[in-house]
Design a binder for this molecule. Sequence first.
Ligand SMILES: Nc1nc2c(ncn2[C@@H]2O[C@H](COP(=O)(O)OP(=O)(O)OP(=O)(O)O)[C@@H](O)[C@H]2O)c(=O)[nH]1
Ligand SMILES: [Mg+2]
Length: 461
Amino acid sequence: MEQCVGFATKILNFIVYRSYCQNQLPENGSDINLLEGVEDGLQTRSLIRSGVPHRVFVVHPFIKWGPKKDRLSSPNLHLEEAQALINTLPEWKVVDKKVVSLMTFDKTTFFNKGQLEDLCSIISKNKLITAVFLNVNMLKLQQQIFLEGLFNVPVFDRYAVVVNIFKFHAVTKEAKLQVAMAEIPYLRSRLRGRDGESPLDKRLRLFMQQEQKIKKMISDLHKNRELLRNKRRHMEFPIIAVVGYTNAGKTSLIKSLTEEKSLHPEDKLFATLDVTLHEGLLPSRMKVLYVDTIGFISNIPTKLLEPFVATLEDALQADVIVHVRDISHPDTVAQNEHVMSTLKSLNLSEDIMQNIIVVGNKSDKVKNSSNFKNMVLTSCLNNYGIGELKAEIEKAVLKVTGISEIKIRIRNGGDEYRWLYKNSSVLEVDVDLKDCSFAYLTVLISKSKLGQFKHKFIYGK
Ligand SMILES: Nc1nc2c(ncn2[C@@H]2O[C@H](COP(=O)(O)OP(=O)(O)OP(=O)(O)O)[C@@H](O)[C@H]2O)c(=O)[nH]1
Ligand SMILES: [Mg+2]
């Protein structure tokens, strides 16, 4: 309780603390130079010190009445998701949790007087607590400074926590650059609290320069990927993008579809941050490429996801989208709405939006899965429904790509033979019993490739 004695004194302390905090902000360019050591991991100075674990008191504030009330989900489900976010950070632990109802999130003190006293009392009694996670998108600087002054421990919002999860999970240079890019608006917003003397302008300018440099590096990488994509298109393997809410089982599903051993599904939010490609075979032995993508999550500031949007749009230039839902999750309906509205907000073609196969995953954890209609039910745990899903994917692929099955008689081991193996999916080879130097090949081939084949080997001769 002692921390709460004298609310007015605390307000005074807040003013003193505020100037203390301002002195803690980066003083010179080198401190905030995100691009120093890009190659060795883009170490940034962040408001969460990387590598310092915390024992966290999770507080989920929610609006009880009015138009801003969340009608799709419940405060307790949000609290659970907030806990899952904290547990995703290595060695971080949740030691207490609470939901608090408010009329607005706009007050500088954030909570009302009674709530603040209550929270202070919890924090002062529980000596384990080393940080508070306030489950809102982004606190205003003044709110954060006020609450930290009062609670005497760091206060993190969703932006800070999610950026740090991203940092732990970014593997490729592109993902690391995107995380650095995502962090800039946050760090910049934390700089703005200082009085406007010239060093602040200098630091803001530095941020802008860094932002430009990172943007340029990302755009160079995108160009590179564009080349790869064209190459991929040239090979004409159908592309299946796998999307869904974080932790729904996207990576697991791709693992089941491709039997690729190297994939590692994890019970963590945002385990996958990089777009990766995985080769698989459909029932007719047609080769396809599955694209694993970053998971969606609701209540994330759009600024945080902006750097990832271009990559996601790029990944979704696919022939078919598979939307994986975790139907065992109590919030599955709200998660579905969120994924669908995010997909609609992206710059995707009409065609692809018509080609979404919905998968009801984790059906092993659901008692009555017959409630879930218009989807393929699967379980990656026991491979249930994987065969049916492959057949659905094949149907969709054949429909959109105009790929057809044909049988051609060609010379064994000749140029035609090699060309077909490279450019189509060979389903069957039967030696011509009348002339063993010839064979009948049954292949799946796209219209354009068939045109090329005829041009090269039939009309061209
Ligand atoms: N019981 C059950 N668990 C599953 C199933 N599919 C996936 N899981 C588990 O769910 C967790 C998340 O799986 P991932 O495949 O990593 O999920 P993801 O959608 O790729 O997650 P992010 O990359 O973090 O967005 C892991 O612990 C999986 O083992 C399933 O069908 N049944
Ligand atoms: Mg994943």
